[in-house]
Design a protein around this ligand. Structure first.
Ligand SMILES: [Zn+2]
Length: 287
């Protein structure tokens, strides 16, 4: 794509990201590599739902302003780290998808094999430990994850999704949040059944060959567990999970589904009502 085409696609996708509730207010940022090798990105403090061409700026690969008005996005270091680590990608989308972020706050891993189409296209979605937004430390922290994944979650913060195009990076973001919604709904309904490990590996191997992915992952397509974490091999599914469930070994966050606490909000309210009724009865009885 040439620059005018990329600029118009970036506006369209930014509007879609806002319309789909994947960020609000001045959240998030997008970037794409121009044919020149420079980076087209959103400027700091602009609303993605109302993004216009004037909100787009061009920087070089070290982050120096070349064209446009305003400052580059505060998360530019993170975008540049993505391009440094993954010469195969041409676009990065960062947003704050609410249910996915809630998973990180609740300490529930999305590095699990639950939905076949997600295993095919993304494999597992790791969560990177918390780091202050906009810092070089955060950019450095995500580097090892970017090498092996097209979609990652940052604890208490948001998603970083990469792709060979803006459209593909956006698709990865949508898929992540859709997975979070389905997984949350399944948890609300009673539980999450993971794919049997052999099926997960079969799907992942097929997906890497059919749809590609990070070169480091594609290179493992024919390995015994493909690029899925070792713990997949010993997991016997959600009905009888290992202590870590299907989740990569450290330093990825490992969390498993735990039973709801016995005293829920509804239960507590019911208890309060019971206490009030009992007190009223005792009062009526003069005790
Ligand atoms: Zn952010």
């Amino acid at each position: 794509m040439n620059e005018p085409q990329l600029r118009s696609q970036m506006l369209r996708i930014a509007h879609l990201i806002y319309d789909r509730g994947l960020l609000v207010a001045m959240d998030g940022n997008l970037s794409a590599l121009l044919p020149s090798g420079h980076v087209l990105c959103t400027r700091a403090s602009c609303h993605k739902g109302f993004l216009t061409d004037e909100d787009l700026i061009v920087v070089d690969r070290s982050g120096r302003m070349l064209r446009g008005t305003g400052r580059p996005t505060s998360e530019l270091k993170m975008h540049l780290a993505c391009y440094d680590e993954r010469p195969d990608i041409r676009a990065v989308v960062h947003a704050h998808p609410p249910i996915s972020v809630a998973f990180t706050i609740a300490n529930v891993s999305m590095a699990r094999c639950v939905l076949p189409e997600v295993v095919l296209t993304l494999g597992t979605i790791p969560t990177v430990d918390y780091e202050t937004t906009g810092t070089l430390a955060l950019a450095d922290k995500i580097r090892p994850f970017i090498r092996d994944h097209d979609a990652i979650l940052m604890d208490r913060h948001g998603a970083v999704c990469l792709g060979p195009s803006l459209l593909q990076a956006f698709c990865n973001l949508e898929t992540m949040e859709h997975t979070a919604k389905i997984t949350k709904t399944a948890r609300d309904l009673g539980g999450v059944k993971e794919l049997p490990p052999d099926e997960a590996v079969k799907l992942r191997s097929l997906g890497l060959k059919r749809y590609g992915g990070p070169p480091s992952a594609v290179a493992k397509a024919d390995d015994p567990g493909a690029d899925l974490p070792d713990s997949c091999q010993s997991c016997s599914g959600c009905a009888n999970p290992t202590p870590s469930g299907i989740a990569p070994k450290m330093p990825l966050r490992m969390a498993r589904v735990v039973a709801a606490p016995p005293r829920t909000v509804a239960g507590a309210l019911a208890g309060d009502v019971e206490d009030a009724v009992l007190a009223a009865v005792l009062e009526a009885l003069g005790r």
